[in-house]
Write a protein that binds this ligand. Sequence first.
Ligand SMILES: Cc1cc2nc3c(=O)[nH]c(=O)nc-3n(C[C@H](O)[C@H](O)[C@H](O)COP(=O)(O)OP(=O)(O)OC[C@H]3O[C@@H](n4cnc5c(N)ncnc54)[C@H](O)[C@@H]3O)c2cc1C
Length: 500
Amino acid sequence: MSASQTFVDDPDVILIGSGIMSATLAVMLKRLDPRLRIQMFEITPELAREASDGWNNAGTGHAGICELSYTPTRDQNGGVPISRALHIFEQFEHSKQFWGSMTAEGMMGEPADFIHAVPHVCFVKGTDDVDFLHARHAAMVEHHFFRGMTHTTDPSVIRQWAPLVMEGRDACPVAATTGEGTEVNFGLVARRLGGWLAQQEHCGVAAGWKVTKLRRGTGEWHVTLRCMASGEEREQRAKFVFVGAGGGSLPLLQSAGLPEVAGLGAFPVGGQWLVCDEPSVCSRHNAKVYGVADPAAPHVGTPHLDQRRLNGRCQLLFGPFASWTTRFLKHTGSWSDLPLSVRADNLTTLLRAGVHNRSLVRYLVTQGLQSMEDRMQAVRHYYPNARTEDWRLLQAGIRVQTIKKADRGAVYFGTEVFSSTDRSLTALLGASPGASVSVNIALEVVQTCLPHLLTSAEGRERMRRMIPTFDQDLKQLGNAALFEKTSREATERLQLHFQP
Ligand SMILES: Cc1cc2nc3c(=O)[nH]c(=O)nc-3n(C[C@H](O)[C@H](O)[C@H](O)COP(=O)(O)OP(=O)(O)OC[C@H]3O[C@@H](n4cnc5c(N)ncnc54)[C@H](O)[C@@H]3O)c2cc1C
């Protein structure tokens, strides 16, 4: 999509950033109230080129099918609690429903450009993990969300699901599950939504403009901007501001001088992938295979061997590997981002986080010192016959993790919605599970900060046209039939062809 440079006078809403979060919220708001005047600003010349874009993330439609991090422990009876897996699955259903509805409305183009069906496989080895996966599957398959999930300990079956994983593997106990998953080009989703917004009456999308400061006025926010090409400065005002600037969110919140922000700190973790372009290898891996996370970094370090389909090309991705960085944004960040974010009010928070997370710090140091051969050893846990010459290292996006005073040094790798006390400003902080739950995050922002949009029957009906089950609990056993119906509808609209 070509860069857009449109401004709207007196916007009701300003969104900072054009990634999947801002783009989703902007479209949801405009569909809820077509009279809303909405302005979006993006620092880069094109929309959605940071974390949401292509290789900057893994494109996994996180639904709890293959990620062990959503079911990390056993209960006292040896069972595996699955509530977190159910929660993320339902959130991703909302995303599929929303993208399906927008596709049916004609604003997203061909769904095959941005979403594919791909099996989500969980693979483990060793007696303990094999036992755990068996218990996990037994718990999950009881629920209607995961009824289609299959489990095996038979190496020949795993070889059919993921041939590369079994080729050349020494005999040892292995197990795997497989379920109907997806791969998503989140950047393209954001650009299509942003492109639609730019064409709407009373809406503006200005790329190449950096928001440099937020200042609270009387009943409105003053947003200062700078044109990246000419250096021109402008100011715009709005009653509601959404800071969806990814890694750029914390500095903007700090500029706003909100007392609620005091003590908030952040540290960035760079990501890297190993990518394989060799067609004879790529053509033999049609799955996203997740395994056991490194205990030192459960969310940064869950390794996976993925088929990745971007721009009509099929490649393989392995990772993520963590890398050191002090930048908050890959394209427009600077080495000074981290030092400049340290203030008197967050220094203690950051130091405490360092002291309380020594194993994470050690993990990041070790990751940063790895050679190509060290990284290939990690690949070979998943693909024993991997040849070094088939792989290359690629920089992924940067996760900027927020650390709060109240967390007393604990670091959570979740996504958090931060709102000012008067609900006139909301920001998104954190990274995981990220893009997959963007629709739910937008819904939460509407419910929390702009609830008047949902008070009328018409407003709720408009939301239902976007997310048919937005006000229902699909997890409830009594809603199994409703889930089947809405899931089938979204699957058809998105033309997802799951393997039998
Ligand atoms: C290595 C890695 C792997 C990941 N894998 C997955 C995955 O498999 N599945 C998944 O669901 N999620 C994944 N994620 C998380 C996901 O990518 C992010 O949560 C999501 O893309 C965040 O979207 P966003 O819109 O908040 O941020 P972004 O996409 O980063 O968008 C923020 C935008 O704001 C702009 N901006 C910043 N500052 C300013 C400013 N001052 N003025 C104007 N514009 C500004 C930026 O240029 C950018 O375009 C992964 C993340 C990483 C780093």
